[in-house]
Design a protein around this ligand. Structure first.
Ligand code: X2X
Length: 333
């Protein structure tokens, strides 16, 4: 084939491709998250793909990878991969980012929040924006906050009604701050990947774990391997939809606007379905055979007092100014 023919062939191929796929520039971006494909995290990710495809007329689509498969099953590694541009998008929760950005632990300080109004006052207000700035300095652009939720404790040994009931329980936790919280309660914590936790609970490697009801416990059927749940609301965990700064900076202004719009809407949806599922959650878990305990205000205070050392340790790591800005927003809500 001479050069002229080769050129004509290449041109024809390009035209055929463009006709077949609508545009030659269609691109698929990758999104990693670290829960299963039935969770509200996953539904939020799928919604983001749907909205972004619609917004861009099919020019941009998002392929969703659950269970942290793109980071070799390591849920904490996702943030680091996004920050160096090895992943486009991530949906993960605050606690998973704390090895890279310790300040993210501020959200989950034990008993910082008592209700959703207080949560929203921080994520939708100046404290949430400050956290976006800090994340940005680690090359992760937080497009929108979503929700994992208030984390509740489950176990197979006994009902948990007071801190002394936690003594000696082998607890699976997600990240470093929860190790300190569990130690303050006299439990035996160990850090473990979420994807390995169901089997560990089933086989009795650990007695218990803690996770939000609507986003994780129900969709991942934790009730099949756990008998007792206490709704102690000890730590709130937000999720966020983030993009690598490298990828974000490669977009023009119009594209940024479309990505931002799809992300905001997808995470608003994710938060809404998480809260709906949580609201029905305790009744459903009882139906499934779990024994659910809802502590009184005084009982909650006992957990708050017992976890105070972990609050203080992590408030110091996070920085007093940041903690105070969160506490001020909470108090004003
Ligand atoms: O690992 C967990 O416990 C989970 C799924 O909630 C988080 O990613 C923090």
């Amino acid at each position: 084939m001479d050069l002229k023919k080769l050129g004509a062939f290449a041109l024809t191929s390009a035209i055929v491709c463009a006709a077949l796929y609508g545009t030659a520039a269609a691109e698929t971006l990758r999104l990693s998250h670290n829960t299963g494909d039935a969770t509200t995290w996953h539904k939020g990710a799928e919604k983001f793909n749907e909205l972004l495809s619609a917004e861009t007329g099919g020019e941009m689509t998002v392929r969703v990878f659950p269970n942290a498969t793109l980071s070799g099953g390591d849920q904490m590694k996702q943030a680091e991969m996004v920050s160096r541009g090895a992943l486009d998008f991530v949906i993960t929760s605050a606690i998973n980012v704390t090895p890279l950005v310790p300040e993210m632990a501020v959200f989950s300080l034990p008993y910082l929040y008592a209700n959703y109004e207080q949560v929203d006052a921080t994520t939708d207000g100046a404290p949430g924006d400050k956290m976006k700035e800090i994340m940005d300095s680690h090359d992760i652009v937080v497009l929108a906050w979503g929700e994992n939720g208030f984390r509740e404790v489950t176990n197979n040994a006994r009902p948990i009604k007071s801190p002394k009931d936690m003594k000696g329980l082998k607890m699976r936790v997600a990240g470093p701050m929860y190790i300190d919280v569990m130690n303050a309660l006299g439990a035996n914590p160990q850090q473990m990947q979420w994807t390995e936790t169901f089997t560990a609970l089933q086989q009795g490697v650990v007695d218990g774990q803690e996770n939000p009801i609507g986003a994780v416990i129900i969709p991942q059927r934790v009730y099949e391997v756990q008998k007792y749940l206490t709704a102690w609301h000890y730590s709130y965990d937000p999720v966020f939809l983030g993009i690598s700064k490298k990828r974000w900076d490669s977009f023009d202004a119009a594209t940024k606007e479309k990505v931002q719009k799809a992300a905001s809407e997808a995470m608003a949806y994710q938060k809404q379905i998480t809260r709906e599922s949580t609201e029905q959650g305790i009744a459903l878990l009882r139906e499934k055979g779990m024994e659910v305990y809802e502590p009184s205000a005084e009982e909650l205070q006992a957990f708050r007092d017992a976890t105070k050392p972990a609050f203080d340790t992590w408030a110091a790591k996070v920085g007093t100014d940041l903690v105070t800005s969160f506490q001020d927003a909470v108090a004003a809500a």
